[in-house]
Design a protein around this ligand. Structure first.
Ligand SMILES: Cc1cc2nc3c(=O)[nH]c(=O)nc-3n(C[C@H](O)[C@H](O)[C@H](O)COP(=O)(O)OP(=O)(O)OC[C@H]3O[C@@H](n4cnc5c(N)ncnc54)[C@H](O)[C@@H]3O)c2cc1C
Length: 388
């Protein structure tokens, strides 16, 4: 493709301030060896869970095998797209997704949350996504409670003037939004630390010791810990039976900073969007494997598709490529539950393509459940029994 090989690195690292970088890399140690709650995994799901537990005055220790946000979170496109995603999911998705989108909006107003929040919409121009009938698709999705509208050629040009001519129909989700995943991870860490939470990075969960139905000790790579509750949020590496979640890899590529070309996210053959800092990113493939290395042929196809969709990209080189591994369940919904034969072990995994979108909702509702002992209606459909 491009004359130079693409660098294998997620775009988001370059967008971080030294302060954000330090939030993700700083190690608070295992000093807190008897926390109320031990969270395992410092991706967006573990970080959101830790934050909401800390807001409920729980003492929280989070352990992360790498640095915070280093897993699928660093690979994400940054989409908070309840209306684009919702019509393709079971009904239980909607209350969670809408709650979460609103939570992100509210978090973005807090001083600790510098997340590049933009409510800039999602425009789908790939007819396969709306079964070649935008009006019927939009009607159905509206009936189901989503904010979507069918748009014609003129409206598409009005919304995104840089798209190639000849796109005759689309679906526009005006209230879908976007954020920077690693800034979001750093923001949760910053806000949680302020509430007393501690983060031990480069610290692995190794095993747990049970007495009856109770976890009494967790062995980490840096020593033991005796928490009151344990929440496993280790994404694709969660220690759950293989039929619960499967790895699904995704790939993306990026240009360097460009002048403004796109306003929101566009769903063509791949999704394409422009960051606040100017870089164009495209991709979001879904492959049933656990590949971590970007595939050059796929990168080439994604670049070509982006140039076809946006003619102004004709001579623009793509310079970076990266992959991430999502954890997926059979029905595409996460598993958020207490482990059945254990009274203080919880799991939150399987967020698949929507971990960034759903993390505030699953984190908040799980924190409520752990604190009050009551499982909310929204979490009930996310039980582990449905996939076991
Ligand atoms: C290409 C791509 C694009 C995507 N785009 C979007 C999007 O636009 N919007 C959206 O909502 N979602 C998107 N996603 C999905 C999203 O990235 C995931 O759903 C989300 O990151 C899952 O978060 P997590 O915290 O569960 O997992 P992760 O981010 O993978 O975090 C799990 C963490 O657990 C740690 N860990 C694992 N094992 C251990 C252990 N034994 N001890 C300690 N720590 C451990 C890992 O190091 C890791 O940091 C995308 C994913 C990909 C791959």
């Amino acid at each position: 493709m491009e004359s130079l090989p693409l660098t294998n690195a997620s775009i988001w690292r370059h967008t971080l301030s030294p302060a954000d970088q330090s939030e993700l890399e700083r190690d608070d140690g295992l000093a807190h060896a008897r926390p109320d709650v031990l969270v395992v995994g410092g991706g967006i799901v573990g970080l959101a869970t830790a934050y909401f537990l800390a807001t409920q005055k729980k003492s929280v220790l989070l352990i992360e095998a790498n640095t915070l946000g280093a897993g699928a979170t660093a690979a994400a496109a940054g989409g908070i797209w309840p209306s684009d995603q919702g019509p393709h999911h079971p009904p239980a998705f909607q209350p969670l997704a809408l709650r979460s989108r609103d939570l992100w909006g509210r978090l973005s107003l807090k001083p600790d949350f510098d997340i590049d929040w933009r409510v800039n919409g999602f425009l789908t121009v790939n007819p396969n996504r709306f079964r070649n009938d935008a009006v019927a698709f939009a009607h159905e999705a509206q009936e189901a409670g989503y904010t979507v509208h069918a748009v014609d050629a003129e409206q598409i040009t009005h919304l995104e003037p840089q798209l190639r001519p000849g796109l005759s129909a689309g679906i526009h989700c005006a209230s879908d939004a976007h954020l920077n995943p690693l800034k979001a991870a750093a923001s949760f860490a910053r806000a949680s630390r302020r509430l007393g939470a501690r983060f031990a990075v480069r610290t692995e969960f190794v095993s747990s010791k049970r007495v009856g139905a109770h976890v009494v000790e967790v062995q980490t790579s840096r020593g033991p810990c005796s928490p009151g509750q344990v929440v496993i949020c280790s994404g694709a590496l969660a220690p759950v039976p293989a039929h619960f979640v499967r790895p699904v890899s995704g790939q993306m590529i990026a240009t360097g900073p460009l002048p403004p070309l796109l306003r929101g996210t566009v769903g063509g053959q791949f999704l394409t969007l422009q960051l606040k800092t100017g870089e164009m990113i495209t991709g979001g493939t879904v492959a049933e494997n656990d590949h971590q290395e970007p595939d050059a042929t796929l990168s080439f196809q994604m670049a070509q598709a982006a140039r076809e969709l946006i003619p102004a990209l004709a001579n623009v080189p793509f310079t970076q490529a990266w992959c991430g591994i999502r954890s997926a369940t059979r029905d595409g919904l996460p598993i958020v539950d207490r482990v059945p034969d254990c009274d203080n072990l919880w799991i939150s995994t399987g967020h698949f393509r929507n971990g960034l979108l759903l993390a505030p909702a699953t984190g908040q509702l799980l924190a409520d459940w752990i604190t009050t002992g009551v499982c909310s209606e929204e979490l009930e459909p996310l039980n582990a029994a449905r996939v076991s």
